[in-house]
Ligand binder design. Structure first.
Ligand SMILES: Cc1cc2nc3c(=O)[nH]c(=O)nc-3n(C[C@H](O)[C@H](O)[C@H](O)COP(=O)(O)O)c2cc1C
Length: 320
């Protein structure tokens, strides 16, 4: 079982929709791999509908991204069961349920963090997923509550003897507007100790690098730390001492070129639109003279080939 074989603390690449696809996970893996990868969240009701083909790319992964957990969300327990069975057959190392997304449309539909107020359905979803998952580990990612901090929610979840529980230290109402509350995460780790000692607790929210994560894990007695946006500032966030601040323009452009090449080789039939690369541009094209102007130029590219040409003229290739 993967969670038992991870170091303590272990570091996890956060699921980020339209960001942490197989391509970016491989880029992060090449720079400084985490101990565990998550896919973007994938809707089970969509997967079990005629729209399935459009969603399947979110579940694509390579053997370089191990161990990897598929993150699911949705409404209908039978679709969770069916999808969990498929995910097990695809070779994933675990299944995570997204009980944390705070988007208005998602909440209106009664999904994710809205389940705080519908524990009957939350329980059915957990049981259905477990039936489909067989021996695969089952984890949940959630927040501190819907509008206010609600520890009864975490007590409820811990009754299911999950393999892991990730806590993003904010309520849904707080979105990302206030700093993550690590004391609240610490309190939930304490609840775990009495209610479900084998469940690993993963803390999440505003961690920028490994050193910061190690400090928080030690202070709050956590098993793991999840990092999301920190990777958009520094793709080496998972190593002790990141070389990123010393990287030259040429090195950064060479890494972006690799990212674009992998994108072009992976998403062959327009499965991902070229503009989805724009959100990565700022990672690589920043911190040197002329970066802003170059970004503006790169973001206007309408094919991977054009983007690669622009990168070639921006600077001659160097090895990374
Ligand atoms: C662009 C973006 C997409 C996200 N998509 C997901 C998702 O698919 N599933 C999920 O559980 N959380 C998602 N999140 C939340 C992150 O996983 C994480 O909980 C949040 O960003 C806080 O961690 P951080 O401060 O390390 O970024 C997303 C966050 C961002 C910024």
């Amino acid at each position: 079982m993967i969670f038992d074989s991870l170091p303590r603390p272990f570091f996890v690449l956060a699921p980020m929709d339209d960001v942490t696809d197989t391509v970016f996970r491989q880029v992060v893996g090449k720079c400084a791999p985490p101990d565990l990868y998550f896919t973007e969240f994938v809707n089970v009701d969509g997967l079990q509908s005629p729209g399935r083909e459009k969603l399947l790319p979110k579940l694509r992964f390579s053997e370089h991204e191990r161990p990897i957990i598929a993150q699911l969300w949705g409404k209908v327990p039978a679709n969770f069961e069916k999808t969990a069975r498929e995910v097990a057959e695809m070779g994933f190392d675990g299944i995570d349920l997204n009980f944390g997304c705070p988007e208005k449309t998602v909440i209106k539909n009664g999904c994710c963090i809205a389940l705080v107020d519908n524990r009957g359905l939350a329980g059915e979803i957990i049981e259905a997923t477990r039936r489909g998952a067989g021996s695969l580990p089952l984890s949940i990612k959630t927040r501190l509550g819907l509008k206010t901090v609600d520890y009864s929610w975490h007590e409820f979840l811990l009754q299911f003897k999950l393999n892991a529980l990730t806590i993003h230290g904010r309520t849904a109402k707080q979105m990302s507007k206030v700093p993550a509350d690590w004391n609240a995460i610490s309190h939930i780790a304490g609840l775990r100790t009495s209610l479900s000692p084998a469940t690993k607790i993963i803390g999440n929210g505003d961690v920028m690098n490994r050193h910061h994560g190690e400090e928080l894990a030690a202070k709050h007695k956590l098993d793991g730390i999840m990092i999301g946006r920190g990777l958009l500032d520094d793709p080496f966030a998972f190593v002790d001492t990141s070389p990123w601040s010393t990287w030259t323009k040429e090195q950064k452009i060479a890494l972006y070129r690799k990212h674009v090449q992998l994108f072009a080789a992976t998403w062959r039939h327009n499965e991902r639109k070229i503009y989805t690369l724009n959100k990565f541009c700022k990672i690589y094209v920043s911190g040197f003279d002329g970066a802003k102007e170059l970004r503006e130029q790169l973001m206007r590219a309408n094919s991977a080939e054009q983007l690669l040409q622009l990168l070639d003229t921006a600077d001659s290739p160097v090895a990374v």
